[in-house]
Write a protein that binds this ligand. Structure first.
Ligand code: NDP
Ligand code: MG
Length: 381
């Protein structure tokens, strides 16, 4: 069980829910980080009294330092600050809830300092999964999933005595706001429509990823690394209600599922208290009230990002960093209203065909691939 936590991305959707779990369970917090939300970070520092607070830029760090002059909290900024927070001596665990591949360096820094990782930041594993898992093994640290599907698989696996008994993972997908629609009907959807997720309230980037189903593609790759299961053994089923959070199937065709109300506090808390369980501040699941749970096949012809992720995984090396970087850039352009919704999938697939991939030997290979993918998108949107 975590006793002292560093939270990277504490002002976001996962970050704020993590702090409410910490408050409830009395977990101490030694570092907090934000990109630009200085008001919320100041408030969090006053409540949790961490040793270190980190802002995205030097200018904001200067302002935060002035505001926190009456406290004992040190202030830092930028990537160096994030890595400092990740490696802070007091913490036994680092929860990574920044958005995007910006989380890779600090995650590697935390592993180097032998911190366990509670991982929400899936882009890190998508871009540099082989490296992160290898370093984790070598340093003897655990990576606990926060993503609800992966937490579900992790929970189901608690009853799995040996790997060879496992036949496949079945990840559930809500399908986002547009499931069931044709590509033609999605031509003119707006940012507001894409941000209107039916079941979950999350940050903007992952909400768009859910609408394109890139999120599920990223999660297949995430599952491949977290559980060391080949992509061929990871299936996706659309489940609109987001009550069954994922399943595993054994070699005897017995299927184990994890269910619960769609509330991220459950997987966040389990990642912090594993192997113990504690009461959690969420609703109870009332299946009779729900009445029906539905399941359907995904539609990779309309939601082409799913295909891009599988193709990238088959290519291997830096190809997954390329689709991830391309997607981060394309989602930003969509949110800035510079490209259409369907263009995201088109660009992500094109990046895979046009940006050269190679084997990952060092983190530098991942950063280069990410940069090349972003440049490709900016030159071709
Ligand atoms: P949010 O956008 O809500 O929060 C992101 C956090 O990261 C904020 O604290 C933000 O600071 C900070 N941040 C953003 N950009 C940078 C940057 N360039 N450098 C440093 N810090 C930065 O995201 P979510 O909480 O929704 O998602 C976080 C991660 O968790 C993502 O990888 C997502 O895929 C994953 N995840 C999220 C789920 C959810 O329910 N939200 C579910 C499963 C996974 P500021 O507030 O100042 O902008
Ligand atoms: Mg998820």
């Amino acid at each position: 069980m975590t006793e002292n936590l560093a939270v990277l991305g504490s002002t976001g959707s996962i970050g704020t829910q993590t702090l409410s779990v910490c408050e409830k369970l009395g977990i101490r917090v030694s570092a907090l980080t934000a990109n630009s939300n200085i008001d919320l970070l100041e408030k969090q520092v006053r409540q949790f009294k961490p040793a270190l607070a980190v802002m995205g830029s030097e200018a904001l760090a200067k302002e935060l330092k002035l505001r926190l002059a009456d406290t004992d909290t040190r202030v830092s900024y930028g990537m160096a600050g994030l890595c400092e927070a990740a490696a802070i001596p007091q913490a036994d665990t680092v929860l990574t809830a920044v958005v995007g591949m910006v989380g890779l360096k600090p995650t590697l820094a935390a592993i180097e300092e032998k911190k366990n990782i509670a991982l929400a930041n899936k882009e890190t594993l998508v871009a540099g999964g082989s490296l992160v898992m290898k370093n984790a093994r070598e340093n003897g640290v655990k990576i606990y999933p926060v993503d609800s599907e992966h937490s579900a698989v992790f929970q189901c696996l608690q009853g799995c005595p040996e790997k060879k008994a496992l036949k496949r993972l079945i990840l559930t997908a809500s399908g986002g706001p547009f499931f069931g629609r044709s590509a033609e009907s999605l031509e003119n959807v707006t940012v507001e429509e894409a941000l209107n997720h039916p079941n979950w309230s999350m940050g903007a980037k992952i909400t768009i990823d859910s609408a394109t189903m890139m999120n599920k593609g990223l999660e297949i790759i995430e599952a491949r690394w977290l559980f060391d299961v080949p992509v061929a053994k990871i299936d996706v089923v659309v489940h609109r209600e987001s009550v069954v959070h994922s399943m595993i199937e054994y070699c005897d065709n017995s299927v184990i599922a994890q269910l619960g109300v769609p509330d991220m506090k459950i997987p966040i808390q389990y990642a912090l208290t594993y192997p113990e369980r504690y009461p959690c501040d969420v609703g109870t699941l009332d299946l009779a009230e729900l009445g029906t749970l539905t399941f359907a096949k995904p539609d990779p012809e309309t939601f082409v990002c799913l295909k891009a992720c599988k193709r990238a995984m088959a290519k291997g090396g830096t190809a997954t960093a390329i689709v991830n970087g391309a997607n981060e850039e394309a989602v930003r352009l969509f949110l800035d209203r510079k490209i259409s919704f369907l263009k995201i999938g088109e660009l992500v697939n094109a990046s895979l065909d046009n940006v050269k991939s190679k084997q990952i030997i060092t983190a530098e290979d991942v950063f280069e691939a990410d940069k090349a993918a972003r440049e490709y998108i900016l030159a071709n949107y």
